[in-house]
Design a protein around this ligand. Structure first.
Ligand code: TEU
Length: 535
């Protein structure tokens, strides 16, 4: 692929990149069938270039029965026909690059779809066959094998991780039954993923997001938890989370990525920072998502601790931190910050949680400036730049398996996956309904409005890219009143975020670059406001 001029030095663009997450099904609908597609993305590339992002991360766009929104991949070498064709994906990658935007794809190594050729062959071949060795098939327990072979709970709301097939054997799936787990002790599983990586790197992809990156390796005995926690076990080896064998897999992947100058971002949810950092050693993954920051409540002390710990845990391995406020799995930021509990916790999701959207939006604006001033890479989830709230998807329209597997108590993740409002006109029969008040959030309405979220993101991303002091380099905390976060970056850049109960005075500065809200009449920084200053 031709080397088009790109706005950042090629070798280390990922250390400070702003990466935009595209959930294709809900981004833009090119053919008017109510499902987002590649044609829609291609048509909106100028919007993304204008927004000022360095790369796009596409959630899975491969052939999939969509039992889990595409995280059930039936074929990595085919684009789902609902989205387009492989030729179109290649065009999209090339067109984005011409605009200075790189492309990341999503690989889901823990499992495949139950419609994947491998799983269908395994079902057909029967017990004891080599085809079944690519998965975790086991006989059941009990007199007639009628009981599941193990006691691991699902990552998705209760329910088990074993499903029985007609010949009596059971197979393991950490997520839904439509997502059988692969056996990573099998050389063919490793080989196939290495080939899939090459397949996409050959098509000009600049990086890969690795789904559930700490879950693939399993203790071959698949031992019961027997009452022990399904969460990581500090200081001890867990049967399926964060096992040491994983690092050899990622070292082999890194060698392939290095041939193409491509990068990885791992989805690694681990509480132990030392264990987390092991994935980021120089010969493993380049980056991993920072879920401690994403889950953190709107509280100055907690945020400061999270930022400090994040930077400290990345330093020894020389990897840049990543900063994420939301993604396709979690409650949208303006909604989360408008609630009594401003942190994120899968277990706490419920219907009907009271929300003050005006407050949440004000805080989300401040959080955007705080986040974009931190050293490292940032991720923006589609619609975040429009300030979209979590949508209340009517019960009969919810599609997310997390909802069904909770027995209907968990609203699931569809509320953050509703199609984007580009204009006041809703999509034609959108796959998830757009709330009646969403025309107010439409991109074309926000365009040019100095007070809109879109203008804030455009301005902030533009400054972050062009002005001195952003990106890599040191962060130093300044003494600040309780509830206020203040830190300096290189070149006299200063970020102050006021999470206290009232207005505060700004530290000495020569100019104000950008504010999430206006200063008050006396020049004080109001509550739930952040500013970028130059000293
Ligand atoms: O999510 C993984 C994920 O969020 C869980 O492992 C999480 O730790 C757990 O649910 C907490 O209880 C990824 C994708 O982002 C998600 O959309 C997919 O549904 C999932 O993997 C399965 O592929």
């Amino acid at each position: 692929m031709a080397d088009f001029p790109l706005p950042r030095p090629a070798a280390d663009w990922w250390r400070t990149a702003a990466i935009y997450q595209v959930y294709v099904r809900s981004f833009a609908d090119g053919d008017g069938d109510g499902t987002g597609d590649l044609a829609g993305v291609r048509a909106r590339l100028p919007y993304l270039a204008d927004l000022g992002v360095d790369a796009l991360w596409f959630t899975p766009w491969y052939l999939s029965p969509l039992a889990d929104g595409g995280y059930d991949v039936a074929d990595y070498r085919t684009i789902d026909p609902a989205f387009g064709t492989l030729a179109e994906a290649e065009k999209l990658i090339a067109e984005a690059r011409e605009l200075g935007i790189r492309t990341l794809v999503d690989i889901v190594p823990n499992h495949v779809s139950d419609r994947h050729a491998w799983f269908r062959a395994a079902l057909a071949a029967g017990p004891g066959s080599p085809e079944r060795e690519l998965f975790h098939f086991r006989p059941g327990r009990g007199e007639h094998g009628e009981l599941p072979p193990g006691d691991w709970p699902s990552q998705f709301n209760g329910a088990g991780t074993w499903t029985r097939v007609p010949d009596g054997e059971w197979y393991l799936h950490l997520f839904t039954p439509q997502q059988p787990d692969l056996n990573w002790d099998h050389p063919a599983v490793r080989r196939e993923h290495e080939e899939v990586l090459r397949f996409w790197f050959e098509r000009g992809v600049a990086g890969v997001r690795i789904d559930s990156a700490a879950l693939l390796a399993k203790d071959p005995a698949l031992p019961d938890l027997a009452g022990r926690s399904p969460e990581p076990w500090p200081g001890e080896t867990h049967p399926y989370i964060d096992r040491d064998e994983l690092h050899a897999v990622y070292r082999s992947w890194r060698a392939i990525a290095d041939e193409y100058g491509a990068i990885f971002v791992g989805e690694v949810w681990l509480p132990d920072s030392e264990r987390f950092a092991r994935y980021l050693r120089p010969d493993e993954l380049h980056t991993a998502f920072n879920f401690s920051f994403l889950s953190c409540p709107w509280d100055a002390g907690r945020l400061r601790t999270s930022i400090t710990e994040t930077l400290a845990e990345h330093a020894p391995v020389g990897a840049p931190a990543t900063w994420v406020l939301c993604n396709h799995d979690v409650t949208r930021t303006v909604t989360r910050y408008g609630r009594a509990d401003t942190g994120f916790d899968f277990a706490a999701k419920a219907f009907g949680t009271p929300t003050d959207l005006e407050l949440g939006t004000r805080r989300a604006r401040a959080a955007a400036l705080l986040t974009l001033a931190l050293p490292g890479a940032v991720y923006v989830y589609q619609g975040e730049e429009l300030g979209l709230p979590e949508a209340d998807v009517p019960i009969g329209r919810i599609q997310d398996p997390m909802h069904f597997r909770s027995g209907g108590t968990d609203p699931g993740r569809d509320g953050c996956r509703v199609p984007l409002p580009w204009t006041a006109e809703p999509w034609n029969e959108p796959w998830l309904p757009q709330p009646a008040d969403w025309p107010a959030y439409a991109a074309d309405r926000q365009d040019g409005d100095p007070d809109s979220m879109l203008t804030l993101y455009r301005t902030a991303l533009g400054l972050r890219r062009a002005a001195a002091g952003f990106g890599g380099g040191a962060l130093e905390w300044l003494n600040a009143p309780p509830g206020v976060l203040a830190f300096t970056r290189p070149d006299g850049l200063l970020c102050v975020a006021n999470l206290s109960g009232g207005p505060v005075a700004l530290p000495a500065h020569t100019s104000l670059l950008l504010g999430s809200s206006a200063l008050d009449d006396t020049g004080l920084l109001p509550q739930d406001t952040a500013v970028w200053l130059r000293t």
